[in-house]
Design a protein around this ligand. Structure first.
Ligand code: ATP
Ligand code: MG
Length: 566
C-alpha cells in the first residue's frame, strides 16, 4: 500500500485549498469547519473519515471545528441519535469547538427566506410533490414552469407567513427558489426550500410547522457559523451551484463559505448507509446499533476497535476525489498494529480438552503441587510488567491442538509427540481417554521436570508451543467470535439488495471457554490478546463475556504479499 500512503499527501486537495486561501488572504487566514451529521442514526466508519477530515483540517491550520446537528427533518430524527453522535465524537478523540443545531437557526433561516421572497427569488407553489417532481424534467428534457411561479412578492410573502402560521395542510404548499427551470443542473430547477410538516421536533417541539430543506439549511447554517471550508461527500457536488446561489442572494457581512467535496469511505463486506444499518437493527439481524458486527462507531467500540486505530486508518486513506472501496482487512491491520502495542497477553482456551500429567508430584496430603510461573504481560512493553500463572497436574489445552492421528504437517500434541506448554514444561502424550461415542475427552501425558520454563537442558527441540490453563484455577468465560456480517465483498452486487448477502453465521458463541483467572480483573471494554488466538474485548456490561475483536493473522498483509507475487 505504499502508493496509497503517498497519495494521502499528494491528493490532500483540501489542505492545498486552505493553503491557497491563506496565501491570498481569503477569510483573513481563518479556518472554520464543521461536521454536520443528521441525527437520524448512529455514526459509522464512513463518518469517521469525515470527522477526521473536518477536525484534522481545522487543527492543521489552527482553526476550529463545530459539531452541527443537522436536524431539519423531525420525522426521522431523535434525541437518542443526538446523544450517541456527541458520545461517539468524544470517543474518537475529538472535541468540537461548539455544539450547534440547525434548528437553532430556524428563525434566521426563515427571515432569510423572506429576503428571497421580497427580492422575487422565491415563490410559494401550491402543487403537490409528485407534480413538482414530474415538472423538473431531466437531462435533455426541459423543465416545466409552475403556474404559481409568477406570484408577486407581496402575495408570496402573505402565503409564506400563512404557511408558517399553520393555515395550510401538510404537503399543500411549498416554498421554492426561483432560479431556472431550464438549467442544465437539475438542482437549480426551482428547488424546494420549505415544506409544511406537522411533526414533533426533538428540540423545537411544535413551534414550527414548516421546515427548511437540506439545500436551504446547509449553506446558510455554514454562513451563520462563519464556516470557511464546508466539506461534504461527492454526491453533493451537483448541489454546489445551488449552495453558492443561495448564499449569493443574501446580504452576508463576510466572505461566503465554500463547499468542498471528497469521496465517501466504503469498505468491502460492509454497508455504510444509515437506512440499511437501521434495517439490520429493525429486522433483528443484529442485536442493535452497537452489535459488535456493526460498522457503527458504537459497534466497533464494543468490538474492541481502539479509537486510535480508526484515526490512524482514516489518516492513512486520506481525502481524495475518487470513490473507491477499501478492503476491510486494511482497517483490521490498523487495529492489530495498535492492539499489538497496547493489549495485555493472557491465556484462554476456547474449546477445552483436558490434559492429565501422570507424573506430576503431589504434596504430603496427596494433593497435586501448584507451581507459579512468571509470564510477561506484554512483550511489546516491559512497563506492563508480569503476572503469576498457576500450573498443576491437570490442564486445559485447545482441542484443535491435539490429534490422535496427526495429519501431515501437524506438529502439535499427538500420541508419542513432545510439545512445549508455553512458559512451563515440555510434555509428551502417552494415552487418550474416550467417551462412549469415541470422542477423545482427555489426554494422558508425562512432563519432563528438567524443562522448567520451557527449554530442555540437553537442547532438544520441539516443533510447537501451546497455550494452556490450569483446570483447578481456570475461570469459565463466554466468547463470541465474529465472521463478516456480509459474505459478499460488495454487498448487493448480485441482487441489488445488500441485505441479501447477510452472512447467517456471522456470530459463533462459545459458552464453556476456560480462561486465566487474571481475566476477571480486566476492565469492561479492555482488549487483551488471547495468546495464539487473537484480540478479545471484555464486554461493557456482562461479566466474563469476550468479543473477538480481530484475529492475529494479518490477512491484509498476506493478501498483499500474494498479490505482489502474481
Ligand atoms: P447516510 O446516507 O448513510 O444517511 P449521510 O451522508 O446522510 O449518510 P450524514 O449524517 O448526513 O449522513 O453525514 C454527516 C457527514 O458525514 C456528511 O458530511 C457526510 O457527507 C459525511 N459522510 C457520511 N457518510 C460518509 C462516508 N461513508 N464516508 C465519508 N463521509 C461520510
Ligand atoms: Mg444525509
Amino acid at each position: 500500500m505504499a502508493n496509497t500512503v503517498d497519495a494521502v499527501h499528494a491528493g490532500d486537495f483540501i489542505a492545498d485549498r486552505v493553503r491557497e486561501d491563506n496565501s491570498t488572504g481569503r477569510y483573513q487566514g481563518r479556518v472554520q469547519t464543521r461536521f454536520p451529521p443528521e441525527p437520524n442514526g448512529y455514526l459509522h466508519i464512513g463518518h469517521a473519515k469525515a470527522i477526521t477530515a473536518d477536525f484534522g483540517i481545522a487543527t492543521e491550520f489552527g482553526g476550529s471545528c463545530n459539531l452541527r446537528l443537522d436536524d431539519t427533518n423531525p420525522d426521522t430524527e431523535d434525541v437518542e441519535y443526538v446523544e450517541s453522535i456527541i458520545d461517539d465524537i468524544a470517543w474518537l478523540g475529538y472535541t468540537p469547538a461548539n455544539v450547534f443545531y440547525a434548528s437553532d437557526y430556524f428563525t434566521a433561516l426563515y427571515e432569510w427566506a423572506e429576503v428571497l421572497i421580497q427580492t422575487a427569488k422565491a415563490y410559494v407553489d401550491d402543487q403537490d410533490a409528485d407534480t413538482i417532481s414530474a415538472q423538473r424534467g431531466g437531462f435533455g428534457k426541459p423543465g416545466i414552469e409552475s403556474p404559481y411561479r409568477e406570484r408577486t412578492p407581496a402575495e408570496n410573502l402573505r402565503l409564506f407567513r400563512a404557511m408558517r402560521a399553520g393555515e395550510f395542510a401538510d404537503g399543500s404548499k411549498v416554498l421554492r427558489a426561483k432560479i431556472d427551470m431550464q438549467a442544465e443542473n437539475m438542482q437549480l430547477r426551482d428547488p424546494v426550500l420549505y415544506r409544511i410538516r406537522r411533526s414533533q421536533h426533538h428540540r423545537t417541539g411544535d413551534a414550527w410547522v414548516i421546515y427548511p430543506t437540506y439545500d436551504w439549511a446547509h449553506g446558510q447554517s455554514d454562513a451563520l457559523e462563519g464556516v470557511t471550508h464546508s466539506m461534504c461527500t461527492l454526491e453533493f457536488e451537483a448541489h454546489r451551484p445551488l449552495y453558492d446561489w443561495c448564499l449569493e442572494q443574501l446580504p452576508l457581512p463576510y466572505e461566503k463559505p465554500q463547499q468542498l467535496e471528497f469521496a465517501r469511505l466504503e469498505l468491502t463486506h460492509t454497508v455504510t448507509s444509515k437506512r440499511r444499518l437501521r434495517k439490520l437493527v429493525d429486522d433483528a439481524i443484529v442485536t442493535g446499533w452497537d452489535d459488535p458486527r456493526m460498522p457503527t462507531l458504537v459497534g466497533l467500540r464494543r468490538r474492541g476497535y481502539p479509537a486510535a486505530a480508526i484515526r490512524a486508518f482514516c489518516k492513512h486513506i486520506g481525502v481524495n476525489k475518487t470513490n473507491s472501496r477499501h478492503a476491510v482487512e486494511e482497517l483490521e491491520a490498523f487495529v492489530r498494529t495498535e492492539l499489538n502495542q497496547s493489549a495485555l497477553r493472557r491465556m484462554a482456551v476456547l474449546r477445552p480438552l483436558k490434559v492429565i500429567i501422570d507424573n506430576w508430584p503431589t504434596d504430603s496430603a496427596g494433593e497435586p503441587i501448584v507451581e507459579w510461573f512468571t509470564l510477561n504481560n506484554n512483550p511489546e512493553n516491559v512497563n506492563d510488567g508480569t503476572r503469576s500463572v498457576p500450573f498443576s497436574g491437570t490442564l486445559y489445552i485447545e482441542r484443535d491442538d491435539f490429534a490422535e492421528t496427526p495429519p501431515p504437517k501437524f506438529f502439535r500434541l499427538s500420541p508419542g509427540r513432545e510439545v512445549r506448554l508455553r512458559g512451563a514444561y515440555l510434555i509428551t502424550a502417552t494415552d487418550v481417554v474416550k467417551d462412549l461415542a469415541g470422542e477423545v475427552i482427555a489426554v494422558h501425558c508425562t512432563y519432563d521436570p528438567q524443562t522448567r520454563g520451557g527449554d530442555a537442558p540437553d537442547g532438544r527441540k520441539v516443533r510447537s508451543t501451546m497455550h494452556w490453563v490450569s483446570v483447578d484455577h481456570a475461570v469459565t468465560a463466554v466468547v463470541k467470535c465474529y465472521e463478516r456480517l456480509f459474505n459478499a465483498e460488495l454487498p448487493g452486487e448480485r441482487t441489488g439488495e445488500p441485505l441479501d448477502d447477510v452472512n447467517p453465521d456471522s456470530c459463533l458463541t462459545m459458552l464453556e471457554c476456560k480462561v486465566e483467572a487474571a481475566l476477571q480483573d480486566s476492565a469492561p471494554g479492555e482488549v487483551v490478546q488471547f495468546e495464539r488466538l487473537g484480540y478479545f474485548c471484555k464486554d461493557l456490561e456482562t461479566p466474563m463475556l469476550f468479543h473477538r475483536t480481530v484475529g492475529l493473522k494479518d490477512d491484509w498483509a498476506n493478501a498483499q504479499r500474494r498479490n505482489s507475487k502474481v
